[in-house]
Design a protein around this ligand. Structure first.
Ligand code: NSS
Length: 444
């Protein structure tokens, strides 16, 4: 667990603390401000379970010991009502949270209407339409906390290794990952602008200033895919490294992914328990990761009964089939040029391939990283831009990078939501981002 500062604020009645701090206030009377998660009574005793964002705690009221008025208020309380609870902190081994409160006072801030999300099962569509409320649920809280930890780990990893964070633009004049998945908007008198599908090209400019750089932010793809792995707005971490070839790039990736997983194991034990994640599978995640070539992947798929042909790209089913062969994420390397982006470096021995690798997560969570060495030769890059039918004038600045001290360089992009889905063991990426944007959903 990460160490969080423990301090109390003061109200007229006493100390206001967060539930996560209760262990520092045993024997003292404190005040908790939060929401009613559950309530029940048994004879002369009432139990209130309160959540305040930092945790859950049970407050116990006993007739004759707690003030009489709290028993009247108890009857009015509905689930999710906002309340202030006062009580004396007790250590309690039987409580799932380790501590409880002997109830000494209760105030109602707001009585909630009948709460639409009940303990029973709801359909996903209903829950998605109530995402603004669903976020309060235990599993959803746990997922967001894992996300929070992984986001911090991303920044720590790169900071510790001397990478400089470069915040790349979201409004861009060009496509970088295929022109069929662009969100566009009118940009004043300057024509059409697109929401960034990647910040990579801008990161490439920045390596010439800093050597090692990364970005971390939202990216957009107008993908008409309705799968459990696709969002139209997702977060990507991209790294770009001067003087790295594709092998150096791959080593960095396996170190990075292992770091994220180990951090989640170290600091999100509670959350992974709530999510019932089998953590023994995550414990195995350490470098090196297995590597196969695209050619070998095709062979493997054909052996498994797929009719995938050389030159085809992989869909979700193929990725799952490949991942079944390995306990760790697996790199699939050296894809055919014709199915990859224009900026990838031609394979020195086989001109029909590019020096790239996709990283496929275990347990069927799909491709979590796409990366490659970049084409650093001016003429070859220009030819590729023309081959793709891209407007060369928009790429002059990018071509410039191959005119003023060009160097071999590589980089990669990791999809945050797919990575979180894998770490948390939740099958669909829609639960790993607070308000998912998908083909058929932009509400709430
Ligand atoms: O298209 S990628 O494979 N690669 C790039 O965008 C490069 N420009 C990255 C780079 O080298 N700097 O996307 C990278 C990852 C991919 O492996 C997925 O994990 C994730 O981004 N990704 C997505 N996640 C969720 N939804 C969608 N639609 C999606 N598309 C890619």
């Amino acid at each position: 667990m990460v160490k969080v500062l423990s301090f109390a604020r003061h109200s007229k009645e006493g100390k206001i603390v967060w539930i996560r701090q209760l262990k520092d206030f045993v024997g003292q009377e404190v005040e908790i401000r939060g929401w009613l998660y559950n309530k029940r009574s048994k004879g002369k005793i009432i139990f209130l379970i309160i959540r305040d964002g930092s945790g859950y705690v049970q407050a116990v009221g006993v007739k004759g010991e707690s003030p009489d008025y709290v028993f009247d208020l108890y009857n009015k309380l509905t689930l999710e009502s906002s309340i202030i609870v006062r009580g004396v902190v007790r250590q309690d081994a039987r409580s799932p949270w380790g501590y409880e409160l002997g109830l000494t006072g209760l105030e109602i801030i707001h009585i909630a209407d009948e709460y639409p999300i009940q303990k029973k099962e709801h359909g996903v569509d209903f829950l998605m339409s109530h995402r603004h409320l669903w976020l309060r649920s235990r599993k959803q809280r746990a997922i967001m906390r894992v996300r929070n930890e992984v986001e911090k780990a991303v920044v720590d990893f790169f900071y510790e290794r001397g990478f400089v964070r470069i915040d790349t633009p979201i409004l861009t004049p060009t496509a970088a990952e295929g022109s069929t998945t662009l969100f566009s908007t009118q940009y004043f008198d300057l024509g059409t602008a697109y929401l960034a599908q990647t910040g990579q090209l801008y990161l490439e400019a920045a390596i010439f200033a800093h050597g090692l750089v990364y970005n971390f932010g939202p990216t957009f793809r107008a993908e008409k895919s309705k799968t459990r792995r696709h969002l139209t707005e997702f977060w990507m971490v991209e790294a770009e490294e001067a003087f790295y070839d594709n092998d150096d790039n791959i080593k960095l990736q396996e170190e990075f992914v292992s770091y994220l997983v180990q951090r989640a194991l170290e600091r999100c034990g509670e959350e992974l328990k709530v999510l019932e994640r089998d953590t023994s599978k995550l414990e195995k995640i350490s470098p090196p990761f297995p590597r196969i070539t695209y050619d070998e992947a095709i062979e493997l798929l054909q052996k498994k009964g797929f009719d995938t042909q050389w030159g085809d790209d992989f869909g979700g089913d193929e990725e799952t089939a490949i991942s079944e062969e390995f306990e760790k994420p697996v790199f699939v390397m050296d894809y055919p040029k014709k199915i990859k982006a224009f900026y990838m470096k031609e394979h020195p021995e086989r001109a029909e391939l590019v020096k790239c690798a996709d990283l496929i997560a275990p347990e069927g969570y799909g491709e979590i990283i796409g990366g490659s060495q970049r084409e650093d030769d001016y003429d070859k890059l220009l030819a590729r831009i023309e081959e793709f039918g891209l407007p060369v004038e928009h790429y002059q600045w990018y071509l410039d990078l191959r005119r003023y001290g060009s160097v071999p360089h590589s980089g990669f992009g990791l999809g945050l939501e797919r990575t979180i889905a894998w770490i948390c063991g939740v099958p669909h990426v829609r639960e790993t981002i607070p308000f998912p944007r998908m083909l058929y959903r932009i509400y709430p």
